[in-house]
Write a protein that binds this ligand. Structure first.
Ligand code: PAF
Length: 279
């Protein structure tokens, strides 16, 4: 493979792949751009496990329930490409809407059950249907054997696993650890929209999650939740939800649960942020 390659449709990407002497194993890192170290850690992992990594950059209109959110979503393609250029065995695909959602669409809608009605599902109607659809079509058209997703979007990960199992797509979904800065703040493309002061204030998210993680071993879940909300509200962010759940079923967490997670969504000066910790 010579030089860094960017493709703007799946057809040219597939032609490029078919020119390899031996069919490469393909890892897919789907992104909406505004790449940060969290994305690069997914790429590193995908590189370890595959001959070739395809990074897609596609701001998926179907997963934005709020048109203003879609409009404001950060788009910095030149910056993204300059971050990716240094990689070997990595190609970029920036498809158009018509490529991802062709007239003959291969996706048969999957019912998401509870995942679509709690937490993100409740506050962002239609969001996960859009995520399931785009991720299905990206994997389907790119023919990836593995696809990499961050645990920061823990509910998204469950949605994708469910969609893959229902549609029987031949792909392995690989979850990857959340990457955090020194203050514990999870890296996210949306952080680009925060001022320095906002960014500092947003540290209350991780502080609260960490509080829950420590206290849950000692106190009843209801009491921990109440105290955590008080702690969160001592900061300046507007809380949308703070929930303790079982991250397999997405049902409420019960004291002693093996698969606990605490999930937060909040607005920081109009920017919606989410994060979670496993308990
Ligand atoms: O997590 C994201 O950036 C997006 O939801 C994804 C998985 C790339 C689908 O558009």
């Amino acid at each position: 493979m010579t030089g860094f390659q960017t493709f703007y449709d799946f057809g040219s990407l597939q032609r490029f792949i078919s020119n390899f002497k031996k069919k490469p194993s393909l890892g897919l890192v789907p992104t909406m751009g505004a790449l940060h170290i969290g994305h690069l850690s997914l790429i590193d992992r995908a590189q370890e496990e595959n001959d070739l990594v395809v990074v897609t950059i596609f701001v998926n209109p179907k997963q934005f329930n709020n048109p203003i959110d879609l409009e404001n979503y950060p788009r910095v393609p030149e910056n993204d490409l300059s971050l990716l250029r240094k990689y070997e065995r990595v190609v970029v695909c920036m498809p158009e809407v018509i490529d991802v959602y062709p007239v003959t669409d291969p996706y048969k809608k999957v019912s998401l059950g509870l995942l679509d009605t709690v937490l993100e599902g409740e506050f962002r109607p239609g969001h996960f249907a859009g995520v399931a659809h785009v991720v299905h079509n990206l994997i389907y058209f790119i023919k990836a054997q593995r696809a990499y997703f961050g645990l920061k979007d823990i509910q998204q990960l469950s949605v994708i696993r469910h969609m893959v199992s229902e549609t029987q797509l031949p792909v392995k979904v690989v979850p990857c650890e959340t990457v955090r800065d020194k203050s514990g703040m999870a890296l996210s493309s949306r952080n680009l929209l925060l001022s320095q002061d906002d960014y500092r204030d947003a540290a209350i998210i991780f502080k609260t999650l960490d509080f829950v993680k420590q206290k849950i071993k000692e106190e009843r879940a209801e009491d921990v939740k109440k105290k955590a909300i008080e702690l969160f509200n001592s900061g300046s962010l507007k809380l949308e939800y703070l929930e303790l759940i079982n991250h397999n079923s997405f049902k409420p967490y019960k004291t002693g649960d093996d698969y606990g997670a605490c999930c937060i969504a909040a607005y920081c000066d109009g920017v919606r942020l989410i994060d979670n910790v496993l308990l």
